[in-house]
Design a protein. Sequence first.
Length: 480
Amino acid sequence: MGRLKVAFVAAECAPFAKTGGLGDVVGALAAALGRIGDDVRVILPRYRSIQGLPGGGPVIATLDGGTVREAVLASGVTVWMIDRPDLFDRAGLYQDEKGHDYSDNALRFGWFGKVAAQLVGADGPLAWKADVVHAHDWHAGLVPLWTRLAGNGPASVQTIHNMAFQGCFPADTVRLLGLPPDIYRPDGAEFYGHLSFLKAGLYYSDAVTTVSPGYAEEITTPEFGFGLEGLLQTRRDDLSGILNGIDVDEWDPARDPWIGRAYDGDHLGGKVVNKTLLQQALGLPAEADTPLCAMVSRMTWQKGSDIVLDLADRLIGAGAQLILLGSGERTLEQAATALAARHPSSVAVRIGFDEALAHRMEAGADVFLMPSRFEPCGLNQMYSQRYGTPPVVRATGGLRDTVIPYGGEETLESATGFVFEDSSADGLWQALASALALYRRKDAWLRIQRNGMRRDFGWGHSARQYRTIYEKLVARKEKR
């Protein structure tokens, strides 16, 4: 099959709009598909925070009260930003300055999805027509529905980045958005008395994907399906788990401009320098032989931040240092800050997010912690392996798919990190204790570091898997 035209519809795309991994994934996957020959256009809202467009970007279309402006990513991927100031000219993407969700998010993203579907559909205003429209997360969940209603549009794919966020709004949202009343039923987009944007995407799309094979299995169970496991079970034949990749140019210790000393798997001396610089920058004793554990994450229950705090005294008692970077639930932020105040020579905490510090932590730490209770894919465990910082992760979702566990001498040839099952301080400690013991054996530790640094976490393989799905959908549509 020749070159495909693929429209990505998403609320985020780095570097224009990003609050987390979604923005990174959308931008990187679009670029990877472009490298294998497809014509990908990314559609997102034009938020106030988007800068750097000369003259605001040229207007290429006017549609349903909004304008569509064009920009181009550094990768060469074209971005179409849907501009409607009364909905998107605001301080934040989803929340106000106080961290409260905007009360009209249903209208904001419902309208966005409708216009995006119209823009690239068969009856849209542009000469460019999509073969496939690919909706990312709940914000774009109505796109497959609007595409289905049009009847003659492109094939559609819905990707789940995190089942915990479903875009559920009051039933009256159906009328507010001008949707047909008959879509509001259990065998449709209704979800326990609400309209669920994500359920609409899962029900009306031609294919469903999520961001790792492990998570694709987990979301068909009550523990991880958040009430939609039944629908996903009925769509097993259309459900695929495709592992996210990482930007191997941005996250490369041999070329990283954020870190103090470049290094690679054959020359790890630079990592020791980065450790010293990190300890000094955070006010910790610069002790080369003291194991330094790091965590960069939202401080939430999902990420297991409370588990790390619960075992922190045990970790310090074992002679290790701990650094934490992130923000989230106020009680966890306060507990982390109090921990650092009690142990100023062993613990450093930075509340908020700092991209440069995140890179320096990956380069300078000895061990990276990711005790997530659930994790659709995760990126930091891949960054960590690339930086020779063996991760300690819980066996869930993409963490299980991407970390090869150490399990004794016979696994040293392949292991890249440490994996535990029980979501508790004791479970994490068992894996951490194994890591700290191996850290004292420098030759064994070096082998695990190099195993991880040799792995390929780029987007090429994932892009080809998505391409295979697109080809099947387009071929199926052509036969109808």
